[in-house]
Design a protein around this ligand. Structure first.
Ligand SMILES: *Cc1c(COP(=O)(O)O)cnc(C)c1O
Length: 383
C-alpha cells in the first residue's frame, strides 16, 4: 500500500472544526471595538463598490499597507499585482522560474507549500539554511560562496521560527544578487509584526539596487476578515511583462469590496502604528508560557510572530508523538518535520502552535498541554 503523505495545509483543514485549533497561522483573533464598529458598517462597502474606481483603490490600499510596514511606496519602480492568496503569488513565481529554466535557493525551514509548489514546477531547489542569518556575517558569506542557484527565495520574518533577515544581511544578499545577476524573491507576509527598531525599508533597498525581484505581501496572518484578504506581488521592471501576462490569466481584478475592507483594517492599525497587533500575540504568548512548564515545551523562536515554534524537551517523545497525544485531547497543532523541506530530521523535536486566537482558547489549550506534561511525568523515568 502506498502511504500518501499529507501536507501541512491538509492537516490544517482537518483541524478547522475543532475549538482548540492552534494549527493554521490564519487570523482567528477577536476584533477590537473599533474593528467591530467598522465591520458593522461594512455593508456599504459592498453597495459602494465600483469597478471604475478599482485600480485607484488598489493603489491606495498598497500605499497604506506599505506605509504601515515602514516601506517606501515606489509605483514608478514596482508594479503591484493583487492576488487572492499569497500561495497564488508563489504559484506565479514558480511558473516564471519554470518558464525561464531557473533554479532556486529556498530558505529552510519554511512553510511546506512554498517548497511543494516550486517542486511541482520542477524548479531545482537548493536549501538556504536560515542559520546563515543567525550565525553571523561569516556564516552568510560561507553560504553565498556555495550558492549555485539562479534565484534566492527568502521569507522574513520567517514562518515558523520568526527569524528576521537583518538589514546588514539583506543588503549583502541584494549586493550578491546584483553582482551575480541573481533574482531575489522575498516573502514579507509577516513584516507587520516587526517593531519600529527591527523594520527597515526592503522596497527602498531593492529599488536602489536595480535587481530583478518579486516581493510577496499578505494580510491573512494579520487581520481576522473571514478569509477575505488582499495579498499582492510587487514586481520589478524587467519582470513585469512576463508576470503581469500570467497574472491576467488568473484574475481580472480583486473584489473592490475586499480591497476596501482590508484598507479599513489597515487604517485602524495605523492609528497606533500596529502596536495592538504586536501586543496581542505577545500577550497570548505570555499566557501560554505561564501555563505550560518549559521542562516539557520550550520556546525556540524569536518571539515575533503570531506563531510559536516549540521544542519538545523529552528524550522519549518527538514532535509528532506530542502532536498525536494533544490531538487525542482535543488540541490541534503541527509537528515540525515538514517545515524542514530538505532535512526533515532537523524539525523532529518541534511543534508549531498558532497564537493569533482568542486568549481564552490559548489558555485552555495551554491547560490541556500542562495536563499532558503532568500525565507523562519526568521524561527520563518513562519507557
Ligand atoms: C501562510 C503563508 C503563505 C500563504 O498564504 P495564503 O494566503 O494562505 O495562501 C505564504 N507565505 C507565508 C510565509 C505564509 O506564512
Amino acid at each position: 500500500m502506498t502511504v500518501v503523505e499529507r501536507n501541512l495545509t491538509q492537516e490544517e483543514v482537518d483541524a478547522l472544526p475543532f475549538e482548540l485549533n492552534l494549527s493554521d497561522g490564519h487570523a482567528f483573533r477577536p476584533w477590537t471595538p473599533a474593528e467591530s464598529e467598522m465591520l458593522s458598517g461594512s455593508a456599504r462597502f459592498f453597495t459602494e463598490s465600483d469597478r471604475r474606481g478599482g485600480q485607484r483603490a488598489e493603489a491606495e490600499y498598497i500605499r497604506r499597507y506599505l506605509a504601515l510596514g515602514a516601506q517606501s511606496y515606489l509605483p514608478g519602480h514596482f508594479t503591484g499585482l493583487m492576488s487572492y492568496s499569497a500561495s497564488m503569488a508563489v504559484e506565479m513565481v514558480a511558473n516564471l522560474l519554470r518558464m525561464r529554466n531557473l533554479s532556486a535557493a529556498l530558505i529552510e525551514p519554511c512553510f511546506d507549500n512554498i517548497a511543494d509548489i516550486l517542486k511541482r514546477h520542477d524548479v531545482p531547489l537548493q536549501p538556504f539554511p536560515e542559520t546563515a542569518f543567525t550565525d553571523g556575517p561569516a556564516a552568510l558569506e560561507r553560504l553565498l560562496g556555495t550558492l549555485t542557484a539562479d534565484v534566492i527565495f527568502l521569507v522574513s520574518p520567517n514562518n515558523p521560527t520568526g527569524t528576521v533577515v537583518g538589514e546588514e544581511a539583506f543588503n549583502r544578499v541584494v549586493e550578491y544578487c546584483r553582482t551575480n545577476g541573481k533574482l531575489l524573491v522575498l516573502d514579507g507576509c509577516f513584516r507587520i509584526y516587526l517593531s519600529d527598531d527591527e523594520v527597515y525599508d526592503h522596497y527602498g533597498i531593492l529599488a536602489a539596487s536595480g535587481i530583478d525581484c518579486v516581493v510577496i505581501e499578505d494580510t491573512g496572518k494579520v487581520w481576522p476578515a473571514a478569509e477575505l484578504k488582499a495579498p499582492f506581488l510587487s514586481v520589478s521592471p524587467n519582470l513585469v511583462g512576463a508576470v503581469s501576462a500570467m497574472h491576467s490569466d488568473f484574475l481580472l481584478h480583486l473584489s473592490p469590496f475586499t480591497v476596501r475592507l482590508i484598507t479599513e483594517f489597515v487604517n485602524l492599525a495605523e492609528a497606533d502604528n500596529g502596536r495592538y497587533l504586536r501586543e496581542l500575540v505577545l500577550k497570548n504568548r505570555e499566557l501560554f508560557e505561564k501555563t505550560v512548564p518549559t521542562s516539557f515545551l520550550s520556546t525556540d523562536d524569536t518571539r515575533k510572530l503570531g506563531l510559536a515554534w516549540l521544542k519538545v524537551e523529552r528524550d522519549d517523545l518527538d514532535g509528532e508523538d506530542v502532536r498525536k497525544l494533544l490531538a487525542e485531547r482535543g488540541v490541534q497543532v503541527l509537528s515540525g518535520e515538514r517545515f524542514y523541506w530538505a532535512s526533515p530530521h532537523l524539525g523532529r523535536q518541534h511543534l508549531r502552535m498558532a497564537l493569533l486566537r482568542d486568549p481564552d482558547v490559548v489558555v485552555r489549550a495551554g491547560q490541556v498541554i500542562a495536563g499532558l506534561a503532568e500525565e507523562l511525568g519526568d521524561g527520563r523515568s518513562r519507557r
